[in-house]
Ligand binder design. Structure first.
Ligand SMILES: [Cu+2]
Length: 145
């Protein structure tokens, strides 16, 4: 119960109140990294956790601020960093998926408006259950401590 109330406190601390409706899905530490000028992609990072008792599958991610969005995994092969598309995120009960710099991320392609530090980006996660969870994520230069 302590953990749940803590998460509630974090979610309600910001100016926006995210509506979370994928059963059991908790989203923490979400941020979008500001890209260097001229680059038309951004990466979003966060921790996705299944706090429920059922298997959770995220089948799609979208953003109304971008032409397209998808889960990516950075893979290092032969001294090169490549990005691989992750079609689905599977979360068993109690398990966590971390999207962090140099690892997994949500690739956001083709911003519809200029994306600047301090702005909010909308992300929508669709789950296999047919429900979806929406959050607003702030654009930052670095992860928040
Ligand atoms: Cu990517």
């Amino acid at each position: 119960m302590i953990r749940l109330s803590l998460i509630f406190a974090i979610l309600t601390a910001g100016p926006f109140h995210p509506a979370i409706s994928c059963e059991g899905l908790e989203i923490e530490s979400a941020w979008v990294r500001q890209s260097p000028p001229g680059l038309s992609v951004n990466a979003a990072y966060m921790v996705l956790r299944n706090s429920g008792t059922k298997h959770l599958r995220i089948t799609e991610v979208r953003s109304s601020n971008y032409e397209s969005a998808m889960f990516h995994q950075t893979v290092h092969t032969e001294g090169q960093a490549r990005m691989r598309h992750i079609p689905e995120i599977e979360l068993g009960p109690g398990s966590t998926f971390r999207a962090e710099p140099n690892g997994a991320h949500i690739m956001l392609n083709g911003p519809k408006q200029p994306i600047k530090t301090g702005k909010s980006v909308a992300l929508n996660f669709e789950c296999q259950s047919g429900n979806s969870s929406s959050i607003l994520v702030t654009v930052r230069e670095h992860a928040q401590e």
